[in-house]
Design a protein. Sequence first.
Length: 367
Amino acid sequence: MSRNYKHEDVTKDLRNASSELKPLLAHLRTTFPYGPKVNLDFGTFANVVDVLGIKIAFSIDGVGSKVMICELMNQYQFIGIDCVAMNVNDILCIGAKPLSMLDYISTEVINADTLDQIGQGLADGAKQAGVNIIGGELALLPDLLKGETSRGAIDLAGTCIGTLLFEDPIVGKNIQPGDKIIGLESSGLHSNGFTMVRKVFNLLPKTSLQTKQSILGEYHTDLGQPLGQELLIPTKIYVEQILAMLQSVEIHGLCHITGDGLLNLPRLASEVGYVIDSPPDPNPIFKLIADKGQIAPASMYEVFNMGIGFCVVVPSNQVQHIIDIASAHQTKATQIGYIVEDPERKVLLPTLGLVGSRGQGFRTTGE
């Protein structure tokens, strides 16, 4: 019998993270007067510093527990793309062009084939994003990382540097009621929600390795491939699409839809609300997860991207331009909603009866 995995079962610790982070961030803010001028506070997708008249953007991110699926399947050739994507997509959100990256690999065991596959993915992702990877770090940590196979556990993260394309970063300050929200399709799960995925499909430490590998190898007609192959589809890289839009369209806000799903939208600076009245049909993997885990829509839309990997907020007269540019770069884009006045900065999905805000999650509108 499937267990009903509530969202709180897998992310309640992260729900408390914002308050727990305050002391850490307070210490880090004391460093702002040192070094180059800092343009933004914590909380944006990336930050900017002024260096000799050039505005340099920085982001950092990892691929999370998706690497645990790689180990179970002995397939690492795509996870490097995820690492690049998670960094360059964040850099784009402030109107910056990604330029270069560094990677960080920590591992329980040095395995040449594993590193070769990771390197292949990093190179493929970098070429897609138009960046170079100019260095990194490999750390052997057998006392810290514990895997389930002879290849051992790994962790993968990266940091990206870019240059701001405009005088000021795009953080959403110009968003106003009546603006439209355009959603760019995701390739699937991307790199978020894998803690819930592993629980839903019983890919847990207590489950035998043979059973987990059997679960991942099971073919699903609705997916058109085995579960494991679906889970490893890499995060979509939006660099070409967004840079083309920034060069020719008036853009008020850019948002990478990662952990927290559409509740990333209130990270934009304006005190407005986000009505998502035309969400796309989610990829089949999301329905499979919801059905298997008996997960309510409120939790699904908070944990996963639900088919929307990136959002662009523009004036209403720019909608078709955005859709056309995305199409020219083989990406489906649709108008999924619009901006309203709302000092509480809520996200409303009326067709699903959901309303949410950052730190509180989604709930049904009747609650």
